[in-house]
Ligand binder design. Structure first.
Ligand code: SF4
Ligand code: SF4
Ligand code: FES
Length: 234
């Protein structure tokens, strides 16, 4: 199969370019295995990875235009193009600089506590939403890869006015966390929750298949409407 790879070193290249080569297909091959073969046997390529199994999120990129974590994406015997995840500065080839978004996400994920913990509040958290505990546990496995946000048509349209599904998932995670005391609904609404058109593209590309973005975002919207914090544009 023909593999085509995006190449760009901003320190020396005037513009990005592509290189290609033939990679032998093997049954049950992942996209990362094909890229590794290319790197070792055809031409060196810079790409990021760590866990090899959808935990670190570092291998997210575009495969034939679709964002995915390549370490867990099976491929067929056909041609593929590898390109960097859009929306981030390119460091080199397929490696992008996610530091700004990573910092933002870490801030969202930080649990907010207004009152200090007591034994009572720690062991008997109030308002635990048992109905949505599976969503809470599923969101815990978000690898922060950014594939969902890269795939989101609303993010592409609104840019900074819409945080995108990866950040909204972080707000949802802390909203469902019974020990978090931040106003996560208000934060999610401010981040553009109501701009989500529930198209399901984020669900489609996410490798953590227990994360049901659309259902979670619908639920957050319902809760926001109950509190009367629906924005005027929605
Ligand atoms: S929700 Fe899924 S696609 Fe989005 S960042 Fe998390 S693991 Fe990646
Ligand atoms: S469901 Fe919402 S957040 Fe997900 S891709 Fe569609 S518009 Fe974006
Ligand atoms: S290498 Fe960690 S998610 Fe792919």
């Amino acid at each position: 199969m023909k593999i085509t790879v995006y190449k760009f070193d901003p320190s020396i290249d005037a513009a990005p370019y592509y290189i290609d080569g033939e990679v032998p297909f093997k049954e049950k091959m992942t996209a990362m295995e094909a890229l590794l073969y290319f790197h070792r046997n055809i031409a060196p390529v810079n790409y990021d990875s760590s866990c090899g199994g959808r935990l670190c999120g570092r291998c997210a990129m575009l495969l034939n235009g679709e964002p995915c974590m390549i370490c867990v994406t099976p491929i067929e015997d056909k041609d593929y193009t590898f390109e960097p995840l859009p929306g981030y500065p390119i460091i080199r080839d397929l490696i992008v600089d996610k530091s700004v978004v990573a910092d933002k996400l870490s801030n969202i994920y930080n649990r907010v506590r207004i009152e200090p913990y007591t034994e009572e509040t720690y062991n008997n958290p109030k308002d635990f939403d048992f109905e949505h505990k599976t969503d809470l546990y599923a969101l815990e496995f978000c690898a922060r890869c950014g594939a969902c946000t890269a795939a989101c048509p609303v993010k592409a349209m609104y840019g900074d006015e819409f945080a995108g599904p990866m950040e909204l998932s972080a707000y949802a995670y802390r909203y469902l966390d019974p020990l978090d005391q931040g106003d996560r609904l208000m934060e999610a609404v401010s981040a553009g929750l109501f701009r989500c058109i529930e198209c399901g593209k984020c669900d489609e590309v996410c490798a953590q298949q227990d994360i049901h973005h659309v259902e979670i975002f619908k639920y957050l919207k319902e809760k926001a409407i109950e509190r009367g914090i629906k924005p005027s544009y929605a």
